[in-house]
Design a protein around this ligand. Structure first.
Ligand code: NAP
Length: 510
C-alpha cells in the first residue's frame, strides 16, 4: 500500500483549502489535499465564463481568518476570487500538502485497518491510505448537460458554462444560450454585444433583483488596511442583514411578495415591450429558486439581436435548435448554462463504505448526513457542504467554516479516544437530524414557492438547503457529540459485546 496520511482532503476549492488551513491550525500536518485539476480554486477556477462574478459581497464571501482589505468591488469577479484562493494557499503554506492533477478514482473503507484506501490517478498516481477523509469536492463541480436528441450531431460549437472554451471566438456568431440560472444571466449581457444573434432558451424565468455593485474606493481600502477591525465590521454588517432575512425564506414566504415588487420594477425599467415582459415574469414565489442579481441582464434582453424563446430546448436537427413549444432557431454555437450534478454528485459513486455499498447507493432514497457532514456506514468520512448545508441568501463560506469547526472537534475527539479508532454516525442520529431538517423545510419558500429547482432531488425532496440561520448551524456544529456515533476499534481490541453489522472491526459504545 502507498503513502499513509492522517487526513486526505479531496478538492482544493474554498472547502478543501479551508479544511487544510484548519487542520494545520489544529497542529495536524500529516495530510494531503488531492486535486484533480492543475490549480487550486474549485468552482472559481473552472467557471471562467465572461461576466463571472460572485453574487455575495466579497467581504462576506471570503474566509473570516483570511480577510482581504483589498477587494476591488463589492461583488468581485471570478479572477479576483481565484487570486484570493491562490493567495490563501500561499499564505497558509498549504502548497506542500497539495497534489495537483491527482484525481481520486475510488475510496474504500478498510474495516480491518479502520482506514480509507484511496486510489488516485494522475500526478500523485497510485494509492494512499488515510485515517480520515474530508470530501470537499463541492456541489457545483460536475457540469450537467441535458440529454437532448440530436446534440451529438450538432455541427457547430458546444460548451458548458463551467467549461468555457476561450479559444472559440463568439464574435459575429449566432449563439444559443440554454438556461436562465445564475451563470446564464451573467453570460448573456457579457456576450450580447459581440455576437450576431443571441437566442435564449428559457424554460423558467428567474426573479432578478438589482445588483448593488460598485468599486470599493482606494480610501475605503486604505482604511481597511490600516484599521483591520473595519473589514470585520463590514463583514459583520453584511452577515447580520442576511441573517435577518432568513425568517422570510424559512417561515414567512408571503413576506417575500414585497421583494417581488422590487424585482418587477427592475424588469419594467429595461423591458418596455409588454409581450417580452410577460415572457420574463415568473409565476412562482421569489426565493423558491435562487434570487438572481443583475443590472445588465434585462437591458441585454431588450436589444434587437436577442430573442427569448420561452420554452426549454428539446431537440436539435443539424444547426436548428427546436424548443418544446416548437419554435426553432438556427445557430452556430450552443452554450449550456444548465447547472451541475448537485443531488447526484459523482464522487458519491466512488466512495465505498463499510458494507461494500457506495455512498451514491446509500443515498439513493435521498442524501442525508448527520449535521450535514457524516453518513452511516462511512466511518471517518466527512463531507464539506454536505446534505442540507446550502444557503439561499447568504455566504457559503459561513457554512464551510462551521463545518471546519466540526472537523476540528472531530479530530480532537479521535485523539481523546486514542489508539486506532473511527467514528461511524448512528443511523438513529442521522435519521433524527434529517427528520428535524425536513420538518423545518415544510414551511420554507423552497418547498412551498411553486417552483422546481436544483435544491430538490429527483423525489422532490430538498436535500440541499439549510432551513435556518447560519448562527443555528454554527451552534449545531460547534462540537462533535460522540454519543451520536458508534466508536469503532480494531477487532482484537474490541469489547466482548460487538455489533454484528461490521464484519471485521467491532464497535464499542462510547
Ligand atoms: P442552474 O441554476 O442549475 O440553472 C440551470 C438552468 O438551465 C435553469 O434555468 C434550467 O431551467 C435550465 N435548463 C436545464 N435544461 C434545460 C433545457 N433543456 N432547456 C432550457 N433550459 C434548461 O445552474 P447555474 O446557472 O450554473 O447556477 C448553479 C448555481 O451556481 C447557482 O444557483 C448558484 O448557487 C451558483 N452560481 C453562483 C453565481 C454567482 O455567485 N453569481 C454564478 C453562477 C452560479 P429550469 O429553471 O426550468 O430548471
Amino acid at each position: 500500500m502507498g503513502e499513509h496520511v492522517r487526513v486526505a482532503v479531496i478538492g482544493s476549492g474554498f472547502g478543501g483549502l479551508g479544511a487544510a488551513v484548519r487542520l494545520r491550525r489544529e497542529g495536524i500536518t500529516d495530510f494531503v489535499v488531492l486535486e484533480r485539476a492543475g490549480a487550486v480554486g474549485g468552482t472559481w477556477r473552472d467557471n471562467s465564463y465572461p461576466g463571472c462574478a460572485c453574487d455575495v459581497p466579497s467581504h462576506l464571501y471570503s474566509f473570516s481568518f483570511a480577510p482581504n482589505p483589498d477587494w476591488p468591488r463589492t461583488f468581485s469577479g471570478q479572477e479576483r476570487i481565484q487570486e484570493y484562493l491562490e493567495h490563501v494557499a500561499d499564505t497558509f503554506r498549504l502548497r506542500p500538502h497539495i497534489r495537483l492533477n491527482s484525481e481520486v478514482t475510488q475510496l474504500r473503507w478498510d474495516s480491518e485497518q479502520l482506514r480509507w484506501e484511496i486510489d488516485v490517478a494522475g500526478a500523485a498516481g497510485g494509492a494512499f491510505t488515510a485515517d480520515v477523509v474530508v470530501s470537499a469536492t463541492g456541489p457545483l463541480s460536475d457540469p450537467k448537460m441535458p440529454d437532448i436528441d440530436g446534440l451529438d450531431s450538432f455541427p457547430g460549437k458546444v460548451f458548458h458554462s463551467a467549461q468555457w472554451d476561450h479559444e472559440y471566438d463568439l464574435r459575429g456568431k449566432r449563439v444559443a444560450m440554454i438556461g436562465t440560472g445564475a451563470s446564464a444571466i451573467q453570460i448573456v449581457p457579457a456576450i450580447q454585444k459581440e455576437v450576431a444573434q443571441l437566442t435564449l432558451f428559457q424554460r423558467t424565468p428567474p426573479w432578478v433583483m438589482p445588483r448593488a455593485d460598485r468599486a470599493i474606493s482606494k480610501a475605503e481600502r486604505w482604511v481597511h488596511r490600516q484599521l483591520p477591525f473595519t473589514t470585520q465590521a463590514r463583514r459583520g454588517l453584511l452577515w447580520g442583514i442576511r441573517e435577518l432575512q432568513v425568517q422570510a425564506f424559512t417561515k414567512r414566504p408571503d413576506e417575500l411578495g414585497l421583494v417581488e415588487r422590487i424585482a418587477k420594477r427592475n424588469m419594467h425599467r429595461s423591458i418596455k415591450d409588454p409581450a417580452l415582459r410577460a415572457k420574463l415574469t415568473p409565476d412562482y414565489r421569489i426565493g423558491c429558486k435562487r434570487i438572481l442579481l443583475s443590472n445588465a441582464y434585462y437591458p441585454a434582453l431588450a436589444q434587437p439581436n436577442v430573442d427569448v424563446v420561452a420554452s426549454g430546448l428539446s431537440e436539435i436537427r443539424g444547426n436548428t435548435l427546436v424548443a418544446a413549444d416548437g419554435s426553432e432557431a438556427e445557430v452556430d454555437a450552443i452554450v449550456f448554462g444548465t447547472g451541475f450534478h448537485v443531488t447526484d454528485m459523482p464522487i458519491a459513486q466512488r466512495v465505498i463504505g463499510a458494507d461494500g455499498v457506495s455512498l451514491a447507493e446509500s443515498w439513493k432514497g435521498g442524501m442525508a448526513a448527520l449535521r450535514g457532514a457524516t453518513a452511516t456506514g462511512f466511518p471517518n468520512f466527512m463531507t464539506i457542504i454536505g446534505p442540507n448545508t446550502g444557503l439561499g441568501n447568504s455566504s457559503m463560506i459561513l457554512m464551510i467554516e462551521s463545518q471546519l469547526n466540526y472537523l476540528a472537534d472531530y479530530m480532537r475527539q479521535l485523539d481523546v479516544l486514542g489508539g486506532r479508532v473511527a467514528l461511524d454516525p448512528r443511523d438513529t442520529a442521522v435519521a433524527g437530524w434529517n427528520n428535524r431538517v425536513q420538518d423545518r423545510m415544510k414551511r420554507t419558500v423552497w418547498n412551498t414557492g411553486g417552483c422546481n429547482s436544483w435544491y430538490l432531488d429527483e423525489n422532490g425532496v430538498n436535500t440541499t438547503v439549510w432551513p435556518g440561520t447560519t448562527t443555528e448551524f454554527r451552534q449545531a456544529t460547534r462540537h462533535v457529540d460522540v454519543g451520536e456515533y458508534q466508536v469503532l476499534r480494531p477487532a482484537a481490541a474490541a469489547a466482548p459485546k460487538s455489533r454484528g453489522r461490521k464484519k471485521k472491526a467491532e464497535a464499542s459504545a462510547a
